[in-house]
Design a protein around this ligand. Sequence first.
Ligand code: AR6
Length: 175
Amino acid sequence: MSQIQEYQIELLVGDITTLPVDAIVNAANKTLLAGLGGVDLAIHSAAGPGLQTECWTLNGCETGEAKITGGHALPAKHIIHTVGPVYTGAEEEPLLLAECYRNSLNLAKENDLHSIAFPAISAGSYGYPAEEAAQITVKAIDAWQKENPSYDIRVIVVCFDEEMLQVYRQAMGLL
Ligand code: AR6
């Protein structure tokens, strides 16, 4: 008999900046200053200039780590900024990408947050192949949930388009 793995991860398609959750996660760069594109620019544009001012105080962020700010003009209460690895194929990159999810979830728990939405970290301008990134994401979130079974948190992965949704559905064994 084969065992069916059921993940406690919600998939949504759309713009992460519109979600009224406790925290949305930003795929940021190490400076934590507004990026030139992608979800980082979308978040800074929607949150307003107060976000940049708050980010200045944080002294940047290392790859795999995470830092929290207010949500400013966003419907989300907080933004958790994490920095994914730039994809080169190096051995440590899967671990660094998994750390982004783990550290973001740890920060959410430390701040008593109970809903969090992630974009596909590193899978845009940082070049991580979508299928690999999706598998790492699903495993990292699932491992964290298993390590924190009594902490109630809604975990959403936001896919920007239908194509990415199919990649995540595949990674979760839903196809
Ligand atoms: N909502 C949800 N997902 C989005 C949105 C959105 N509004 N916009 C883009 N995506 P990327 P990275 C998806 O490039 O690869 C920045 O300039 C996008 O389609 O945003 O980690 C930073 O400052 C893709 O699937 O993040 C860094 O320098 C995913 O979000 C660099 O880009 C991630 O793409 C980070 O690159």
